[in-house]
Design a protein around this ligand. Structure first.
Ligand code: MOS
Length: 725
């Protein structure tokens, strides 16, 4: 199905099942421990051997000599895989650094060997016996130094300019010129990267934990140099991803190589202390923001420049993305520069670009509002735009930023805020409140599904879409139930298998809207097929209560399906409409903090998010997405930081003891409100994404609240107490 006209009425609009806060249909499997995760597939793989990954202990250079003798002869060892014996390996298009290094080393903890043994303990013990002599290269691991050699990145749009930024800024009666820094962030998902690989002749099956099945199949086939159709990836349950599992990683590749070398199924998990430097992270940024405004608060000039670093061939952090779209101003400048930095590979993490970009922009907006003597909500509203500020011919498909700010202000009690900082005391606590806009683009992607109806009237949906903890199973079941007119418990959903039609996958907050739209397309085809079979006019046929109804005629789905059942496949493809209009999601974050007047300990006391993200397919799972994202935003504001060893080029705090993320005690009451809206352009579902919107702006709202509490602006995230003293 091609979708390129504004959505009319369709079966989803009945909202009998879609839009309800349905519990997760796979919830009982997860809470009883019976949903099989990648490393636990004892139900399908018998007697696997164990692979243990050896990571490089230098960040850049060469392996001069690698002595594997003792490791090979250690008890239980079945095989040792290195770049020297793995055979020719290609490189997947989405990996900048190789997944199996050697002799050249691209980053610290890059995999250089896999030890395969009968037991995990034997593999781990033998891994300690690998002796490596390295030749180290000189390192440049400090972004603040490397930025001076940064260049425009080859991919994406490094620069945009509208009007005369320099002139308008110079002439602006009120100016702000501030630089913010954001550190690297780790995905820190609960389930580490893990895979089991088994070969049957030249056919490879990998049970893994991956957000994008089709990307993974393609990159694994390319890396191994085998046809794509010889690779099957299975990933039905995933314990979190956040972008860390968008791409093929070392666990899957090395499990495949280890299984080939050992002639037996092999399982590989990346141990937590290895994972932080072995896989990808959100890159650190340096962001300079310049704002020029008239004394009445109209922005005349917006400038945002961002510097980030990566391994050679890596991409920049797109931290200026939101600044191109969020506020009106006739004169504009954005630019991104990319430096080579000798650290592990940087890549997508939850709202790549906007998440760190909003940490700077929305704090700078707060600073400017104060300079202007304006309420920060009114300042934002004054500079709202309903069209792409870089291209006035492109309207937003739906933009209710103002409504989010106003509703949030009312619910949060914004009018009780004292605009003068450091005025409010509650015992030993200095209390402050802050606000930030939320903004995240909401792309659409082609997505396919297979839908069948059997002689019992059971609807089965198969698509390679993944559920990374987001609720995909449930919203897909709701979509099929709504479209086919059956109860939710008459729908079976199978996900995460490359044998199923290729979906949008879970990334870029496009998953929910795009994958359900693909399921909708397949269901509409099934409706047409059933109507044709019965000789009904599909336009005048309704599907309800397990029946197909046309005029006075009623036939049960089970009967219409017949003994052999009917299976169809279709996809949704998005035409030009989403290029002519800008699809983005909006919101407002409100935060109240307390800062201990003596110790500067910072505690979040209240949080509220108001989101405008099109139709909310399931308010319960959507709310869970947003409170999870708000929690991650609280971490970004106050604790998360990959600490760089600039001499040795690695992240020092590479485990969950040193890399701090919020725990329950750090998170207060959180409220989430969704505006009741539908997007006419986003898809037949009229939905958008919420999983990444929920993080964008949170950290700035915290920073603004800390300023309101204390009168201290910290422009160097995370805001730790030492920076307030
Ligand atoms: Mo997301 S960073 O595209 O998983």
């Amino acid at each position: 199905m091609k979708f390129d006209t504004p959505a009319g009425i369709n079966p989803i609009d009945q909202l009998k099942v879609v839009g309800k806060p349905t519990d997760r249909i796979e919830g009982p499997l997860k809470t009883t421990g019976t949903a099989p995760y990648a490393y636990e597939r004892h139900d399908v793989v018998r007697d696997p051997a164990y692979g243990y990954v050896v990571g490089s202990s230098i960040a850049r250079g060469r392996i001069d000599k690698i002595d594997l003798y003792d490791a090979r002869n250690a008890p239980g060892v079945l095989a040792v895989v290195t770049a020297a014996n793995a055979g020719p390996l290609g490189k997947g298009s989405r990996n900048a650094a190789k997944l199996l290094g050697g002799p050249e080393i691209d980053h610290y903890h890059q995999a250089i060997a896999l030890i395969v043994a009968e037991t995990f303990e034997q593999a781990r013990a033998a891994a300690q016996l690998v002796r490596v002599q390295y030749a180290r290269s000189r390192l440049s691991s400090d972004l603040s130094l490397a930025r001076h050699g940064a260049t425009p990145p080859g991919s994406g749009k490094p620069d945009t300019a509208v009007g005369d930024f320099a002139g308008a800024y110079a002439n602006a009666p009120v100016q702000l010129d501030v630089t913010y820094t954001t550190p690297g962030h780790a995905h820190a998902m609960m389930e580490p990267h893990a895979s089991i690989a088994a070969w049957d002749g030249d056919q490879l099956t990998v049970w893994t934990s991956n957000q994008m099945i089709d990307w993974g199949v393609g990159d694994l086939a390319t890396t191994l140099g085998i046809p794509k159709q010889n690779v099957r990836l299975v990933s039905p349950y995933i314990g979190g991803g956040f972008g860390g599992k968008l791409f093929l990683r070392a666990d899957a590749l090395l499990a495949a190589l280890g299984a080939r070398a050992a002639g037996r199924a092999v399982k590989v998990a990346l141990p937590r202390p290895l994972l932080f430097n072995n896989t990808t992270h959100r890159p650190a940024t340096i962001q300079r923001i310049r704002l020029g405004a008239s004394t009445d608060g109209k922005l005349s000039a917006i400038g945002h420049e961002s510097w980030s670093g990566n391994v050679p061939g890596g991409r920049p952090e797109l931290a200026v993305q939101q600044t191109r779209l969020l506020y009106a101003a006739p004169n504009r400048l954005t630019s991104m520069r990319l430096a080579t930095v000798d650290l592990p590979e940087g890549n997508a993490m939850r709202a790549p670009g906007e998440a760190p970009g909003m940490m700077a922009l929305e704090a700078a907006i707060d600073e400017m509002a104060e300079k202007l003597g304006l309420d920060p909500i009114e300042f934002r509203i004054l500079n709202d735009t309903q069209v792409d500020p870089e291209d006035a011919k492109r309207p937003f498909s739906q933009r209710q930023l103002i409504q989010c700010l106003r509703l949030g202000a009312e619910r949060f009690g914004w009018n009780r805020r004292n605009p003068k900082p450091a005025q409010v005391r509650d015992g030993r606590w200095l209390v402050g409140v802050g606000v930030a806009a939320a903004f995240r683009n909401s792309p659409v992607q082609k997505s396919a599904a297979r839908v069948g109806i059997d002689s019992q009237g059971i609807v089965t949906v198969e698509t390679d879409m993944t559920d990374i903890g987001t609720g995909s199973y449930t919203i897909i079941a709701q979509t099929a139930a709504e479209t086919m007119g059956v109860a939710l418990d008459r729908v079976i959903v199978r996900l995460g298998d490359s044998r199923f039609p290729v979906s949008a996958g879970s990334g870029g907050q496009w998953g929910a809207n795009s994958s359900t739209a693909g399921v909708y397309a397949a269901c509409m085809k099934l409706r047409q097929t059933l109507a044709d079979k019965l000789g009904f006019d599909a336009q005048k046929t309704s599907f309800s209560d397990g029946e197909i109804r046309s005029g006075k005629q009623r036939v049960t789905l089970a009967k219409a399906a017949g003994e052999s059942g009917i299976v169809v496949e279709d996809s949704i493809e998005f035409g030009e409409l989403s290029k002519q209009q800008q699809l983005s999601t909006f919101g407002a974050h409100f935060v109240e903090v307390g800062v201990d007047a003596a110790t500067a300990e910072i505690r979040i006391r209240r949080m509220l998010a108001v989101c405008a993200a099109g139709r909310i397919l399931n308010p319960k799972s959507a709310r869970s997405q947003v409170i999870g994202a708000m929690t991650m935003g609280a971490g970004a504001a106050l604790m998360e930081e990959l600490a760089v060893d600039k001499r040795l080029g690695f992240f020092v705090n590479h485990d969950l003891a040193g890399y701090e993320v919020p725990v329950h005690a750090d998170i207060p009451h959180q409220d989430v409100i969704f505006l009741d809206e539908t997007d006419p352009v986003s898809s037949p579902m009229k939905a958008k994404g919420v999983g990444e919107l929920g993080i964008c702006g949170v950290a700035a709202a915290v920073a603004n609240a800390v300023y309101n509490a204390t009168g201290i602006r910290v422009r160097d995230y995370p805001i730790t107490l030492d920076k307030l003293l």
